[in-house]
Design a protein around this ligand. Sequence first.
Ligand SMILES: [Zn+2]
Length: 261
Amino acid sequence: MSGSSRLTEEEVERYARQLVLPQWSEAAQLALGAARVLVVGLGALGSPVALYLAAAGVGRIGLLDDDRVERSNLARQLLHGPADVGRPKVESAVASLRALHPHVVLEPHELRIAEENAVALVAGHDLVLDCSDSFATRYLLNDACCQTGVPLVEAGVLGFDGLVLSIQPGSSACYRCAFPLAPPPAVARSCAEGGVLGALAGVIGSLQALEAIKLLTGVGRPATDALLQVDGLDLTVTRVHLQRRADCPACGPAHPRSSTL
Ligand SMILES: [Zn+2]
């Protein structure tokens, strides 16, 4: 499907409800089909992200995770079912996405992103989605995307709170501009410790997929230079304006990339 200049009859039918949108076009659909994205983390956020991106017609999707499916994942990680417990998440994700859309090219990476492989993994993609549950991964991906110029849609969920941040390296505030310092490990709780509700992860992951689709097609205005905070308990959404920092070690023009957290 990628690289062609016209949609096939099957694609016109499959994508009919988005093609009919006045803001959408065959060119937007073809741009999605030609896109290569990387989803880092195939859990609570990665599940809706990968499902919606595949369904919408993103041509190539890299799937990165080194975990295996656990029973405690099933309440929110909809890429995986009870029969997948014990199976690598990349394998069950490929099976679910293949069933949803047989033509999407899926590129599984059963590994953990680290300082030594982050730039090589990110390079060559049109966009990266951070669906991890780790502050270290957030900073690694942010710095790798700033270094390679690959747009990044960052998101996180914990408890009933979620956030989304779209980053266009070199032109909008990056994650380090918003959060220059990583929280100390004692403060940074994981979902395992703090808990999370699947429906909230679904909302945040869907927003992340929406932002990715906008960045890939040029449709609408992505929420760059903004931090979207969602409070799921009273359903309030707060949009905080962000500015690039001249002294940002990741994206600031005067400073080389720093590898320290
Ligand atoms: Zn920055």
